[in-house]
Design a protein around this ligand. Structure first.
Ligand code: SAM
Ligand code: SF4
Length: 336
């Protein structure tokens, strides 16, 4: 039990589960090469996606068991129509302290005032480059200006903005320095993410070249005075700051997995499958439970069972996949 009498989900390694990453669609308007092939993935039939009512129900159940933060992700959340109506109901859930969103920003700008009104402040914007040509190469779409305008509009409207950039050999390593430089004059956190092997293609991603350590070395060649900055225990990024800068730089060791020890998060994808580790298999079909008439108590009982057999870290979780690796898995299905 927690202080307010609410039951708190705790995993078999003593970690509180207080954070849900909820993917609201597997569809996307971009084709980032690290996430999806050009032709897209096998998008699931609409009736297999959770409805917003189903997502709200599962969110209420989890919030009643100590989940305090929900991050909306996808696919691209804003390609799903009625997303704003859903968000309105989501922020009203009792016990939920924070709703945040990860987006590619292409369709976001027109919703900023509404998001503000709902109290949604934290936006993670994926932007792997500040160069329009490289943007086109990575995403296979011509939407650089829209995303750049969204970034500036977010900042002008005082959102808490994190920019996510996946660094890929031969594609955007030359963007590490320009992106880092943005943190000097803009109040944003530029987060460099190691590429993970979830690109939706029938091949494993090649060995990682741009590790967090190597990215930091590269940054130090131009900004030798960059220094470590306070990092929350549950954060996936190690934070750094250039002295005098308005913003921060974060390094996310998603591939080398150095942050698992304090992991407080679970994931539900757009078809209602629960993952208790990004690197592990889907462990529970929540859609099936929701659609077969299970009560809230029955649903939370099953979720607790999954949380009670959670892998210690991403390496242990990955071993659980052996024999049925989904090498063609796309991050747009998992939700990032
Ligand atoms: N479409 C939204 C976006 O791009 O922000 C939300 C979904 S996207 C799957 C969530 C995050 O996962 C993005 O920041 C993206 O950069 C990251 N991501 C996708 N594929 C990845 C990969 N193979 N390795 C590392 N990060 C990845
Ligand atoms: Fe779409 Fe986001 Fe995947 Fe890019 S990273 S293809 S924007 S889901």
């Amino acid at each position: 039990m927690s202080m307010n009498g609410k039951e708190q989900l705790i995993d078999n390694h003593g970690r509180e589960i207080s954070y849900l990453r909820l993917s609201v669609t597997d569809r996307c308007n971009l084709r980032c090469s690290y996430c999806m092939p050009e032709e897209g993935i096998n998008f699931v039939k609409r009736n297999l996606l959770l409805s917003f009512e189903e997502m709200l129900r599962i969110s209420r159940i989890l919030a009643a068991h100590g989940v305090k933060k929900i991050r909306i992700t996808g696919g691209e959340p804003f390609v799903r129509t009625d997303i704003m109506d859903f968000l309105k109901d989501l922020v009203a859930i009792e016990g939920l302290e924070k709703v945040s969103i990860t987006t590619n920003g292409v369709l976001l700008k027109k919703y900023l005032a509404e998001l503000k009104n709902l109290g949604i402040q934290d936006i993670n914007l994926s932007m792997d480059t500040f160069n329009p040509e490289t943007f086109k190469k990575i995403t296979l779409r011509n939407d650089f200006e829209k995303v750049r305008d969204t970034l500036f509009a977010l900042i002008d409207n005082d959102f808490n903005v994190k920019v996510n950039a996946v660094i890929m050999e031969g594609l955007n390593e030359q963007d590490i320095i320009p992106l880092t430089r943005l943190s000097i004059n803009l109040p944003v956190k530029i987060r460099f993410i190691e590429e993970m092997p979830f690109n939706g293609q029938y091949r494993k991603a090649s060995k990682l070249n741009w590790t967090s350590a190597k990215i930091l070395d590269e940054i130090r060649t131009v900004f030798p005075s960059i220094e470590k900055f306070h990092t929350l225990k549950t954060s996936t990024s190690e934070n750094y700051k250039i002295p005098g800068a308005k913003g921060l730089v974060g390094l996310i060791a998603a591939y080398t997995r150095t942050f698992c020890g304090s992991c407080n998060r679970i994931r539900i994808n757009a078809t209602g499958n629960l993952r208790t580790c990004l690197y592990g298999p889907e462990v529970l079909d929540i859609r099936e439970l929701l659609r077969s008439g299970s009560s809230d108590q029955e649903i939370i009982k099953e979720i607790k069972k999954s949380i009670n057999s959670r892998a210690l870290d991403g390496f242990e979780a990955e071993k659980l996949n052996i024999g049925h690796e989904k090498v063609n898995e796309s991050m747009s299905n998992i939700g990032g």
